[in-house]
Structures are given as structure tokens and as C-alpha cells.
Design a protein around this ligand. Structure first.
Ligand SMILES: NC(=O)C1=CN([C@@H]2O[C@H](COP(=O)(O)OP(=O)(O)OC[C@H]3O[C@@H](n4cnc5c(N)ncnc54)[C@H](OP(=O)(O)O)[C@@H]3O)[C@@H](O)[C@H]2O)C=CC1
Ligand SMILES: N[C@@H](CC=O)C(=O)O
Ligand code: NA
Length: 428
């Protein structure tokens, strides 16, 4: 039977996993799709680089255009990353009628609508399951599994690197920089890990999930983002003492037709199932109006889990090829976008303040919260043997983001407060 020929852009962590699965599971894969799957050409940056797997050198090129323009190739698997050049390769491949499987969330979050429109015009598939939560089939779940429901909330640990870092800091008291280095060595981190630790990678993934879940075009600029570089071991210890875990959470919520979407280090109640997701594992909690609570769990990064999603997408493309139905399964957002204003976004807050250790301070501080109608759940004052200041720990009830911004600005002006040491969103 004539093989389906695949062009691979990139042979790094994920690309190597793809070759391993395609070659290792060939018999099973070809029996599913009805023909052998052949990786025909591979583009890399440095053709001299030693590789972990044996690859016929005649297949390798340092010119991605050779792969894109090869008329024998039916499907392009893009695992090189990057935005500018990669977008041109993918658009040209689509122009030539080739189907695309990609792990590139940066590209899909920023240019997904343009790429999907081109795919529709050319009746090609663009599948990107690996781009969000590595090995968890969450994109397929949102498109197919929940096609009948109205998604109200998506809450996810969608970055493996930061979850690995926070888990090791929490469980082993490890240092932030040491664990980041480990995550890089294990192939979890992006080539520039700033996008992991500053929350941008998670924000891109949440924009993709929000678009699919809310059926509206969520852009990266709609996601409010903060990362974990400011989270200290002390913050994690405070979270634990209060019965929470610290996680970098993406939270997309809809009320009526308006939504908000954010990524931030969050103190999540330890009894919530997502609080026990540790290491490189990801989890996506989805609340549907009809289905209620669901949660999906699995490895969010790493060669083999990510490659599992890529090859499953490849199988889906080839099955569609055989049926002649490529390009029919894209979700095109159709709803008008309505973002919530800060007045309508409500959550609980944790604050750790370093303050003058003298009478009347607590009253001055609580007065500020009262002024902006933010009600308090708990206030604890304690001395710290390493610090001449007193520490005040405040947890609020649900408060609007707008009111909390006013509280924070006012607290910054109070001279009894030496430092607002930490401020986190609290969930659950
Ligand atoms: N690592 C992970 O766990 C996950 C990664 N992803 C995404 O998958 C993609 C790949 O990630 P990963 O495998 O980790 O990245 P790597 O850096 O390990 O691999 C990138 C590969 O692309 C090649 N490459 C880079 N630029 C070019 C270029 N201009 N021309 C030709 N080849 C090029 C590199 O060549 P060379 O080998 O010669 O340097 C390398 O083989 C990214 O989009 C990433 O965000 C998604 C989910 C999980
Ligand atoms: N750097 C990413 C890789 C997968 O998308 C992560 O750590 O999750
Ligand atoms: Na996935």
C-alpha cells in the first residue's frame, strides 16, 4: 500500500519522540490508517549535531523550504517552534494542500485564526493537540466531547515547567533556580524559559482553550498574566499553613456571555483535585453547564507524552485523508467577544504585609478594606523572629478586581506598612 509521507520540521525533544513513536508503533499505526506512515524528510537547524536516534542522513536538511516544497509530502509535522518563519512555512504548506500537525502554542495563540482560515480555504486539516497540556487530549475533548454543552469555567495547570518548579519548592524546599535548570535539562522548558516562568506560555495555552471553550476569538492580549518568578518558599509555606497549595493557574470564566481569563500564581484549597497535581503533570478542570465538573490529567511536557498527541493528530489527519473529509473539523469562533470589566471579576485575595509592630496599625489597615467595601475572611498578626516588623496575613472574601486594585494603591500609601510582601488570588 502506498505510504503516507510526512515532513518533519524539527528533531529536538518533541521531534525525536515523534520519530520514536512513528517507527516503534508502525505496525499498529498503519493498521489503523490503512497504509504505512513514512517520515520522508526532516528539517533541523544544525545538520552536524549528534542525534539521540538513528536517522538516514539523506532525509535531513537545514532548509525547511525543501520539506515544504516536496510534492511527495502529504502532511507537515511542525515541532521546531518559533513564530515568524514558522508561520510562513505553515501558510505555504497549506497553500500547497498539505495538512498540518503542530505543537506550537505560540503560533496558534497569536495567528491561529489566520492559519485556520487558510486551512478551511484549502480544505486542509490543522491539528494542534500537543500545543496545550502536552499528552492530555484536551483540545479534542473541548471540540468533540463538549460540543453539546456550554462551558462556564476552564481552570488549568497548563505549564509543566512551572508546576515542576512549584512542586519541588513545596515538597523538597528546593531552590527556584536549581529546579528551573533541572526542568530545562529534562526538556520541559521552552528554549527561552522566561515564557514559562513569567506565565506567557500558560497564557498562550489559555487563549487557545478559551477560544475553543467559549467559541469566541480569545486573543493573548485578553489574558491577564503574572508568573512565578516572585513566588518565595515563604509564600508557599504560608499557603500550606492556611490549607492551600500554590499553583500557576490559568482561569477562564464565563458568566452570561461575558468572560474573563487570567494566569497567575494562585493559592488553591488543598482539597481541590487540581491542588494535588504535581511535578511536570498538567490538569485541566472544565465546568460545563450540563455536565458539571470534569477534570483531565496527564504529563504536560516532555518528549514522549507530547509526541503521543502529535502522532494521534497525524492518525486523525490520515484517517480524514482516506475518507476525503479533511478541513471539516476546524472550530471557527462565531461568538462576539465580550470581556468582563474589572468591576465584574470577583475572587478572594491573600495578602502578606510587613508593618510597624505597634498599637492601632491593624485598625488602620482594616479601615482601608472597609473603605472600598472589601470584606475580610481572616486577619492574623504575628511576630517574626527574623524580622523586627510584625507580619499581617489577610484573606479577603470575594472582592472585585477593581476594588482590590484601589485597596492595593491605598495600602501602598500607608506609612505603617513597610512592605506589601505578597498578594495572591485565592481559589476554592
Ligand atoms: N518540549 C516540550 O515538552 C513541549 C514542546 N512543545 C512545543 O514543541 C515545539 C518544539 O519544542 P522542543 O522539541 O522542546 O524544542 P527543541 O529546541 O528541543 O527542538 C527544536 C528543533 O527545531 C529545529 N529548528 C529550530 N529552528 C529551526 C530552523 N530555523 N530551521 C530548521 N530547524 C530548526 C532544531 O534544530 P537543531 O536540533 O539542529 O537545533 C530542533 O531540532 C515548540 O513549539 C514547543 O513550544 C509543546 C509541548 C511540549
Ligand atoms: N514549556 C512547556 C512545554 C509544553 O508545552 C511546559 O513546560 O509546559
Ligand atoms: Na493536549
Amino acid at each position: 500500500m502506498k505510504p503516507v509521507k510526512v515532513g518533519l520540521l524539527g528533531l529536538g525533544t518533541v521531534g525525536t519522540g515523534v520519530v520514536r513513536i512513528v517507527e516503534g508503533n508502525q505496525e499498529d499505526l498503519s493498521s489503523q490508517v490503512g497504509s504505512p506512515i513514512l517520515i520522508e524528510r526532516i528539517a533541523v537547524k544544525n545538520t552536524e549535531k549528534p542525534r539521540e536516534i538513528e536517522v538516514d542522513p539523506s532525509k535531513i536538511t537545514d532548509d525547511p523550504w525543501e520539506v515544504i516544497r516536496d510534492p511527495e509530502i502529504d502532511v507537515i509535522v511542525e515541532v521546531m517552534g518559533g513564530i515568524a518563519g514558522t508561520k510562513e512555512y505553515i501558510l505555504e504548506a497549506l497553500e500547497r494542500g498539505k495538512h498540518i500537525v503542530t505543537a506550537n502554542k505560540d503560533l496558534m495563540a497569536l495567528h491561529g485564526s489566520e492559519i485556520l482560515a487558510k486551512a478551511q480555504e484549502k480544505q486542509c486539516d490543522v491539528f494542534y493537540e500537543a500545543s496545550v497540556a502536552g499528552g492530555i487530549p484536551i483540545i479534542r475533548t473541548l471540540i468533540e466531547g463538549f460540543s453539546s454543552d456550554k462551558i462556564m469555567k476552564i481552570m488549568g495547570i497548563v505549564n509543566g515547567t512551572t508546576n515542576y518548579i512549584l512542586s519541588k519548592m513545596s515538597q523538597e524546599g528546593a531552590s527556584y533556580l536549581d529546579v528551573l535548570k533541572e526542568a530545562q535539562e529534562l526538556g520541559y522548558a521552552e528554549s527561552d524559559p522566561t515564557s514559562d516562568v513569567e506565565g506567557l506560555d500558560a497564557a498562550r495555552k489559555m487563549a487557545i482553550l478559551g477560544t475553543l471553550g467559549f467559541r469566541t476569538n480569545v486573543e493573548l492580549s485578553d489574558v491577564s498574566v503574572s508568573g512565578i518568578s516572585g513566588v518565595s518558599k515563604e509564600d508557599i509555606a504560608f499557603a500550606k499553613r492556611l490549607g492551600y497549595e500554590m499553583k500557576l493557574l490559568g482561569i477562564a470564566e464565563r458568566q452570561d456571555e461575558e468572560f474573563s481569563i487570567s494566569v497567575q500564581p494562585t493559592m488553591i484549597r488543598a482539597s481541590h483535585p487540581i491542588a494535588s497535581v504535581n511535578g511536570v503533570y498538567n490538569a485541566v478542570y472544565v465546568y460545563g453547564q450540563a455536565v458539571g465538573e470534569t477534570m483531565f490529567y496527564g504529563a504536560g511536557a516532555g518528549a514522549m507524552p507530547t509526541a503521543t498527541s502529535i502522532v494521534a493528530d497525524l492518525v486523525a489527519v490520515i484517517k480524514n485523508l482516506k475518507l476525503g473529509v479533511n478541513g471539516l473539523k476546524q472550530i471557527v469562533p462565531y461568538k462576539q467577544k465580550k470581556l468582563k470589566s474589572d468591576e465584574d471579576i470577583f475572587y478572594k485575595n491573600f495578602l502578606l504585609l510587613h508593618v510597624d509592630d505597634k498599637a492601632g496599625v491593624l485598625a488602620k489597615i482594616t479601615q482601608v478594606f472597609a473603605e472600598y467595601d472589601v470584606s475580610l475572611d481572616s486577619v492574623v498578626q504575628q511576630a517574626n523572629t527574623n524580622n523586627p516588623d510584625a507580619e499581617i496575613i489577610i484573606v479577603t472574601h470575594n472582592a472585585s478586581k477593581a476594588s482590590m486594585n484601589k485597596v492595593m494603591r491605598h495600602l501602598e500609601q500607608l506609612n505603617v506598612i513597610h512592605r506589601i510582601k505578597s498578594h495572591y488570588r485565592v481559589e476554592g
